[in-house]
Ligand binder design. Structure first.
Ligand SMILES: [Zn+2]
Length: 94
């Protein structure tokens, strides 16, 4: 089964590539849902950056970021946010 990665900002759970390496360095993967770039947008503090980005994303009414990856059908962004609570360290790292 294909492994996907969960975005710690918006909870999108179909990110194709790892978002951090085993040293915690961002891979420059961009979440197709909220547009957060891991390794660029997470300084100086990851948790704070996730939180700030999430707040802005919600303020923009859950704006879908990617033109390339299509929004899932019957997408429920409020529900998707629940995925964040399920994130374990191996959900982010290869
Ligand atoms: Zn995201």
């Amino acid at each position: 089964m294909k492994k996907f990665y969960i975005c710690p900002v918006c909870g999108y759970d179909k990110i194709v590539n790892p978002i951090y390496d085993s040293n915690g360095q961002g891979t420059y993967e961009i979440c197709p849902c909220c547009g957060f770039e891991f390794g660029s947008d997470d300084f100086p503090d990851k948790e704070q950056a996730f939180k700030n980005w999430r707040t802005h994303w919600i303020e923009k009414n859950y704006l879908w970021f990617s033109n390339y990856t299509k929004k899932p059908e019957n997408w429920e962004p409020q529900k998707q946010l629940d995925n964040i609570t399920k994130i374990e360290p191996n959900n982010m790292v290869r």
